[in-house]
Design a protein around this ligand. Structure first.
Ligand code: HSE
Length: 423
């Protein structure tokens, strides 16, 4: 039977979960998949993390070089997070001919070509199921189960922190800052929540998914990105009345050979399959021209869910005769291949002085920008009133121009919010 040695870099939450699964499932994996996997090295600053797992302290390495030179290590599993030193350690490992498995979405999204080049030189494998959607097997679905399809569209909830915050805001009619504080106290949000709440984390994952879907690497900085910090309890309540649920979506679409890729909050109709994905759960909705709609749902983070994806990569890697290569990923998509002036419907909330003609002024701006309205409402309860309208499908540039013009109208107090509506 094939013996496989695994080195784990970082025995924190994810590394620890991975180690526990490898230890507990060792016999089952041997019987079911014909590979005998042992943890033969660990890199971590805390020796107790090794002994607490019942592992021998002599597998604790003092440097990455000790691991890359260890003949008993076949696969290096990186669970450290952060771009450095993770990137350097993985390049060194690949150059030494060790296959790698990583859960590090930011590092992978930014340095995939460099890792791929290092892997190509030595023939080592490069596996990253856990970078996107934690325990959901979305990467292997894209790489090994969608060959028959031209992928037309991806819509995904791939950040558990923001989904948790938006779910609680919706259920409790609470404001963003209040729920964020509570989410931080409960450990659902980081002390520094920027990567999650400003949509960076989702954009790393969308970069990886889009690159696989459209066979060309989509650099993170070409993805339009907007976070959830401007969403208010009021917008959520009005959205509910209109039949919408707010979600932070990562969206990529292929249209006439061009790609649009964006991360931003959206109003989704309550009947959309993604609208019922609540709390910290993730889901990816993919449309292929042959298969039609598919959706994968599951836990996007956590020790055992992420460990599940990592162990799946380890077993998959251990059983490969030759590792798949994605050399097309070296070609980055260019700005010319991207649709920036994408189409959407828009929800807009204004506060205005309740004077004759204010509504006519707003609709004149919309008419001048060729924007058609599908719903409009105004609730009178004082001299300062809200106007809420939802547009039909229009272009982003036209909408931005209209909003700019509306904000300058005499009786407009404020454009309170603009939220895109996805059908
Ligand atoms: N910060 C991520 C999330 C964790 O909230 O989904 C997994 O990448």
């Amino acid at each position: 039977m094939r013996k496989v040695g695994v080195a784990i870099l970082g025995l924190g939450v994810v590394g620890g979960g991975t180690a526990r699964i490898l230890i507990n499932r060792k016999q089952a994996i041997k019987e079911e998949y014909g590979v005998d996997i042992d943890i033969t090295a660990v890199l971590d600053r805390i020796p107790e993390r090794v002994t607490n797992l019942g592992l021998d302290l002599n597998i604790l390495a003092s440097s990455i070089d000790e691991i890359t030179q260890n003949p008993n290590v076949d696969i290096v599993v990186e669970c450290m997070g952060g771009t450095e030193p993770a990137r350097t350690f993985l390049v060194k490992s690949l150059e030494a001919g060790k296959s790698i498995v990583t859960s590090n979405k930011e590092m992978f999204a930014k340095f995939w070509p460099e890792l791929e080049a290092a892997a190509q030189k030595t023939g080592a494998g490069l596996y990253y199921e856990a970078t996107t959607g934690g325990g959901m097997p979305i990467i292997r679905t894209m790489t090994t189960a969608m060959q028959a399809n031209n992928i037309l569209e991806i819509k995904a909830i791939i950040n558990g922190t923001t989904n948790y915050i938006l779910t609680r805001m919706t259920e409790e009619n609470a404001d963003y800052s209040e729920v964020l504080k509570d989410a931080q106290a409960l450990g659902y949000a980081e002390a520094n929540p920027v990567a999650d709440v400003e949509g960076y984390d989702s954009s790393y994952k969308l970069s990886i998914l889009s690159s696989l879907a459209f066979n060309k690497r989509l650099p993170v900085d070409l993805i339009y990105r907007e976070g959830i910090t401007k969403i208010t309890a009021e917008d959520i309540a009005i959205g509910k009345e209109l039949g919408y649920i707010v979600k932070l979506l990562a969206i990529a679409k292929q249209k006439n050979g061009k790609i649009e890729a964006r991360v931003h909050p959206v109003f989704l109709p309550k009947s959309h399959p993604l609208a019922s994905v609540s709390n910290s759960f993730n889901a990816v909705f993919v449309v292929g021209d042959a298969v039609g709609d598919i959706m994968i749902y599951g836990r996007g983070a956590g020790d055992l869910p992420t460990g599940s994806a990592i162990v799946s990569d380890i077993v998959y890697c251990a059983r490969q005769v030759e590792h798949a290569r994605y050399s097309e990923m070296f070609n980055n998509m260019t700005e010319e291949e991207l649709i920036k002036d994408f189409e959407s419907e828009y929800y807009v909330r204004l506060t205005v002085h309740d004077v004759p003609g204010v509504l006519a002024d707003v609709t004149t701006v919309l008419k001048n920008n060729k924007i058609s309205v599908s719903q409009i409402r105004q609730n009178k309860n004082s001299e300062i009133v809200p106007i809420i309208f939802v547009t039909q499908k229009t272009h982003e540039n036209a909408m931005n121009k209209a909003i700019e013009e509306i904000s300058k109208l005499q009786n407009i107090i404020k454009v309170e919010n603009v939220i895109r509506v996805e059908q």
